[in-house]
Design a protein around this ligand. Structure first.
Ligand SMILES: *Cc1c(COP(=O)(O)O)cnc(C)c1O
Length: 389
């Protein structure tokens, strides 16, 4: 069985986790701040705030930006539901931008047009969440310029993109955004089991996120409300927060994995090159790389070309799966899920995202994918598409 993605755990990773298990702190110890510092230094951001997941990190980012009822959050139609749910958790309304048919990322032309209309109707977004789909960086320069023109904040959903870069900047440096979120779920580039992190260069947002991460409680006396008795009690709840803390066990795995992030991304690039060569003659599109970007290659989505007498997307999915190659579909346009249909979204709302959804499949792509496994994926895919032409 070959999955579409999986973790790569070394003996060193295990030893690091083992060490924390034998130490005084399983949580709220020194390892989480070490992981935060290590990720922030790696990407070139000022601060990192670790959390239980990227979903929690997105929620924390929205809380820090004071997203609430009456606000709009816009994101890409082609993403995991968490990129939109963070706005809904805060009582905001969400809307979706169609994708660029080449990168499958948020289309900046559609974004610009939608902003122009929204300005007229007084419904400009408070926050836009670009998603670096498959690890391919979005056009952040344009999105950042639009944020200045229309006054919205930017949270980059970089769940696919630790180790990617745009020009000279690593994704996560927040050069073109207020906040960036990473995921450390096992299918992503590096893992901490479950886990996520917010990166930012803004100290005020950092403090807010730290407080929301731990119940809305502060234990900094300087932040205390003097009207409450504080002589002996050393904490105050000042906002309604959550317990979104990462454990030191997870952080130890994260630190160890971070040491190999460049190696993981390089391996993914090697696999992508082999796929590019082997699949270029088949009736499908391989992932296009925008100039001046270095993808993290979280996914390798192929898109079946129209008008070829090849297997349909579903037939290909079944054919590959029957041969134990667990291809997957990333993503169902978020608004097509029943929950979003119930809140009023209609089929075909974003035509490019729908066309992509009807013809794409993610084939296996992960650092520990072996050459012979990849050869098998290539030969089964070639067989599938050749048979029916
Ligand atoms: C995986 C993923 C998330 C959620 O990550 P978790 O750490 O599992 O909460 C959010 N957005 C995107 C684009 C993702 O791929």
């Amino acid at each position: 069985m070959i999955p579409y993605g999986r973790q790569d755990i070394s003996e060193e990773d295990i030893a690091e986790v083992d060490q924390v298990l034998r130490s005084d702190f399983l949580t709220q110890g020194p390892t989480v701040p070490r992981f935060e510092r290590a990720v922030a230094d790696f990407v070139g951001a000022k601060n990192g705030i670790a959390s239980t997941s990227a979903t929690a990190a997105l929620h924390l980012a929205c809380l820090a930006l004071e997203v609430g009822p009456g606000d709009w959050l816009w994101t890409s139609a082609n993403t995991f539901v968490a990129s939109a749910n963070c706005g809904l958790y805060c009582g905001a309304q969400v809307d979706f931008i169609d994708i660029d048919p080449r990168t499958y990322n948020m289309c900046v032309k559609s974004l610009a047009e939608k902003l122009e209309t929204a300005e007229k109707t007084g419904q400009l977004p408070k926050v836009v969440v670009p998603v670096h789909f498959a690890g391919q960086p979005c056009d952040m320069v344009t999105i950042h310029a639009l944020s200045k023109r229309y006054g919205f904040k930017i949270i980059e959903d970089a769940s696919h993109a630790i180790g990617a870069s745009l020009g000279q900047e690593k994704i996560g440096a927040c050069t073109y955004s207020d906040l960036t979120v990473f995921s450390f779920h096992p299918v992503k580039i590096i893992t901490s089991g479950e886990g996520g992190m917010v990166l930012t260069n803004d100290d005020e947002l950092t403090n807010k996120i730290r407080i929301f991460r731990t119940h809305g409680i502060t234990n900094d006396v300087l932040d205390f409300d003097p009207r409450l008795p504080d002589e002996i009690w050393n904490y105050q709840q000042q906002a309604l927060g959550f317990n979104y803390r990462m454990t030191d066990i997870q952080a130890a795995l994260g630190i160890s994995q971070l040491g190999r992030v460049d190696e993981f991304v390089a391996k993914r690039h090697g696999l992508a090159e082999r796929y590019d060569d082997a699949l270029s003659a088949l009736p499908l599109s391989i992932p296009w790389q925008a100039p001046d970007t270095h993808s993290a290659y979280h996914l390798y989505p192929i898109v079946l070309q129209k008008g070829c007498s090849q297997k349909s997307q579903r037939e290909l999915y079944d054919f590959m799966r029957a041969r134990h190659i667990l291809v997957n579909l990333h993503y169902i346009p978020v608004y097509r899920h029943p929950y979003f249909e119930r809140i009023g979204f209609e089929k075909n709302y974003c035509p490019n995202a729908e066309a992509y959804f009807k013809s794409a499949l993610s084939i296996p792509m992960f650092a520990s994918l072996k050459g012979e496994q990849q050869d098998r994926v290539i030969s089964v895919l070639t067989e599938a598409l050749a048979n029916t032409q």
